[in-house]
Unconditional design. Structure first.
Length: 354
């Protein structure tokens, strides 16, 4: 985009357009994230939807096919979410029983720890006064707010209702994107070309590629974490490594969330007296997640969208920091467009060689 072309689009009427856009954003700000999720999902599955659309009879294309695709997406999203909630509920019950046990009898010191030479006696005495003392554990849990769990029930119910409404808005927006996506796509390409010149269509394609690359990278990294950490669960002797590995793969779709699963498993091992196995598991898990989140995922996303590694990594971190989970997709998309603009600007301003 040349400087002269950019100056031609800055007209007095542009101020009114910007004000209207700001007003629209203010009206819809509560639904920006659900709509963004709908756009991300539509970008991700659009090639498959287009494949079915071209082969579907005409009477299905207007409403029934978008409705069927929306319901399919709802099922695909709800099944792993329901599975995760059920497993999490089971783990919470186990944690509740464990907390009751340690508040009544304390936590016994591991044999290998109190048998250490020179410091074993001191560790045993200190452990008995802290972790082995039920009263100390009760005070510590109360200080952490564990004694007032029921006071958060109302806030939890409000959050559940809010998430339900957000999910409904996402599915509703997704249905209309499926139904009117072809027209919307042509309008977006037309506006991109009018705004950025001939490169506008390329910027739009880069944005779509970045979103799809992020989704593919997220899925591949999540599955990889589940398999590799599942082997770790099996190696340290946990009773259900396949279930834990599957839960890890589902939870790992959220950046850095896999630590919750292997961290809880490590705490369980330590409390059961297998401190070495618990420490090995947590170190192993941190190494795997560090490599996967900070190297493998940015490499996959950057390779798909043709973005250098560092801007991809900063786009992921900055997007998540600014917008939460959906920022994982929007951050690399913004960086892809900025990198394309930067490259075009360099091509335009590059001095001819002598």
């Amino acid at each position: 985009m040349s400087a002269s072309h950019f100056l031609t689009i800055i007209k007095p009427a542009s101020l009114a357009v910007l004000l209207l856009l700001a007003a629209g954003f203010w009206v819809l700000h509560g639904f920006i994230m659900p709509i963004a999720w709908a756009v991300v999902l539509a970008f991700t599955v659009w090639p498959w939807y287009e494949h079915v659309y071209q082969r579907a009879p005409c009477w299905m294309r207007g409403g029934w096919l978008p409705l069927a695709m929306t319901l399919l997406m709802m099922v695909l999203l709800m099944v792993p979410a329901t599975f995760g909630v059920l497993v999490l509920g089971h783990e919470v019950q186990m944690l509740h029983r464990l907390l009751i046990k340690v508040q009544s009898s304390g936590i016994g010191a591991p044999d290998w720890l109190i048998q250490l030479p020179w410091v074993g006696g001191w560790i045993k005495e200190t452990w008995s006064e802290t972790f082995g003392n039920p009263e100390t554990i009760k005070n510590a849990l109360n200080a952490l707010g564990m004694g007032t769990v029921f006071s958060y029930t109302r806030d939890l119910a409000a959050q559940v209702l809010h998430r339900f409404m957000s999910g409904f808005v996402t599915l509703l927006a997704l249905f209309f994107i499926f139904r009117d996506g072809h027209g919307l796509g042509r309008q977006i390409l037309d506006r991109s070309v009018r705004l950025f010149g001939s490169a506008g269509a390329r910027y739009a394609r880069h944005a779509v590629t970045a979103v799809r690359g992020t989704v593919n990278g997220m899925l591949l990294v999540g599955i990889g974490k589940g398999v590799v950490l599942g082997l770790g669960y099996w190696a340290v002797g946990l009773s259900q490594p396949v279930l834990l590995g599957t839960l890890t793969a589902v939870v790992a779709l959220v950046p850095f969330a896999a630590k919750l699963v292997f961290g809880a498993a490590s705490i369980y091992l330590i409390v059961q007296g297998h401190a070495v196995a618990g420490i090995v598991l947590v170190v192993y898990g941190f190494i795997i997640t560090l490599i996967a989140d900070n190297y493998v995922r940015p490499t996959l996303i950057g390779g798909a969208a043709n973005i250098p590694f560092l801007p991809t990594l900063l786009g992921i971190f900055g997007g998540v920091e600014a917008m939460g989970f959906v920022g994982l997709f929007i951050g690399p998309t913004v960086m892809a467009i900025l990198i394309s603009l930067w490259r075009d600007w360099n091509d335009e301003t590059r001095l001819p060689s002598a």
